[in-house]
Design a protein around this ligand. Structure first.
Ligand code: NAD
Length: 367
């Protein structure tokens, strides 16, 4: 029997109740294929800031580093405290360069589309999100503008704010390789490189030229080149034609929300942030603090993030069983949370914990 040691970070807001539902479901899923978990529970978030002096204790980072795999509930970004977002800090500390967001239609989830099965692979560390910015009229912005205006005929207007878009060969290659490897490991046929390379030749253009080189190493996967604007239209018009999409940071952020919306929204959108030495699995949504402690919110996104984690741990059968169990409960539509019902005040809605019980009951039948 394989036992997987995994860091479990319940988080704050509704995080702890979502994490508890997910933990129980994951244990039941692992049991269907004869494996189990040993949880290394670690704290992070606004609830521990006072006692720990930080929302992200070093012990939590060390635990993820040691175990290599973590599953995490959402965490509120503290406002006005000087602390940066725990999510951003974790990605930075562990160099989690790949953001993975599979978006799949499950029958029974209310959505305008019923045939979506796309995977967004977003670069997490570069691009306009690198955080290199200069405020309009600041000394640095004026200096940058003077320097750049001296280099070329095109002039930047005085009083402009500046955000820098660095994209490297190294950063592009590792995310593109990750997308191709993911496609191969998951039986996918196509990887789409989504950029605006016709306009931003030295950043998006570089990303595309790296894509063309890397694609040569994966002759079994079909490489497609798409522009980001046309991709938005194409996804809506012909969702079934899209497969694995690899994108620089900004487009990846925007398109992952678009595709999450196409499959029913935040409540069902799983995710993962993955690096060379560690992977953190988490729902796309935030801590929904107004529902804290009410046993009300939908744990599907975190549970499906757990399904991605099972695959990552090599537990393909348990992952498949879990996906079947979740989709069966959703398709039946009886034991689902309020947000999955036809109206939000539907009295037949069940709580977070009871929804998890219904999934566990399906998994028990598979043992
Ligand atoms: P949110 O995702 O918490 O909430 C947006 C809306 O969706 C709210 O109406 C909420 O009630 C609803 N919602 C969210 N998750 C739900 C679920 N599982 N089931 C049912 N309804 C759900 O976004 P927000 O309000 O912008 O953010 C709240 C806090 O979470 C902020 O501090 C934000 O920074 C943080 N956040 C954390 C993460 C993360 O930990 N990965 C991600 C996004 C936002």
């Amino acid at each position: 029997m394989t036992t997987h040691r995994v860091t479990l970070i319940p988080g704050d807001g509704t995080g702890p109740e979502l994490a508890e539902a997910t933990r129980r479901v994951l244990e039941a899923a692992a049991a269907t294929s004869g494996s189990s978990f040993e949880w290394d529970v670690q704290e992070a978030g606004v609830d521990i800031m006072e006692t720990a002096g930080t929302p992200l204790p070093q012990a939590t980072i060390d635990s993820v580093r040691k175990n290599g795999v973590a599953i995490k509930g959402p965490i509120t970004t503290p406002i006005g405290t000087g602390f940066r977002s725990v999510n951003v800090a974790l990605r930075y500390e562990l160099d989690l360069y790949a953001c993975l967001r599979p978006c799949k239609s499950y029958p029974g989830v209310r959505s305008r589309f019923d045939n979506v099965d796309v995977v967004i692979v977003r670069e997490n560390t570069e691009d306009l999100y690198a955080g290199i910015e200069y405020a309009a009229h600041s000394e640095q912005a004026d200096e940058v503008i003077t320097f750049l205006n001296g280099l070329q005929d095109k002039k930047i207007r005085e009083g402009s704010g500046i955000s820098i878009k660095p994209m490297s060969e190294f950063g592009s290659e590792r995310i593109i390789r990750y997308a191709f490897d993911y496609a191969r490991d998951n039986g996918r046929k196509r990887v789409h490189c989504v950029t605006k390379s016709n306009i931003m030749k030295h950043t998006d253009g570089l990303f595309l030229s790296v894509f063309r080189e890397v694609a040569k190493d994966y002759p079994d996967i079909d490489p497609w080149e798409n522009l980001v604007d046309a991709t938005c239209m194409g996804l809506i018009q012909r969702p079934e034609e899209w497969d694995v999409l690899v994108l620089p940071n900004l487009y990846g952020d925007i398109l992952s929300d678009l595709t999450a919306g196409m499959v029913g929204g935040l409540g069902v959108a799983p995710g993962a942030n993955i690096g060379a030495n560690a992977a953190v699995f988490e729902a796309t949504h935030g801590s929904a603090p107004k529902y804290k402690g009410q046993n009300k919110v939908n744990p599907t996104a975190m549970i499906l993030s757990g399904m991605l984690m099972l695959k990552h741990l090599g537990e393909a059968k348990a992952a498949e069983n879990l996906e079947h169990a979740v989709s069966a409960v959703i398709a039946e539509g009886r034991d689902t949370t309020y947000d999955m019902k036809p109206t939000r005040d539907d009295p037949t809605a069940v709580g977070t914990s009871e929804y998890a019980d219904a999934i566990i009951a399906k998994l028990e039948e598979m043992k």
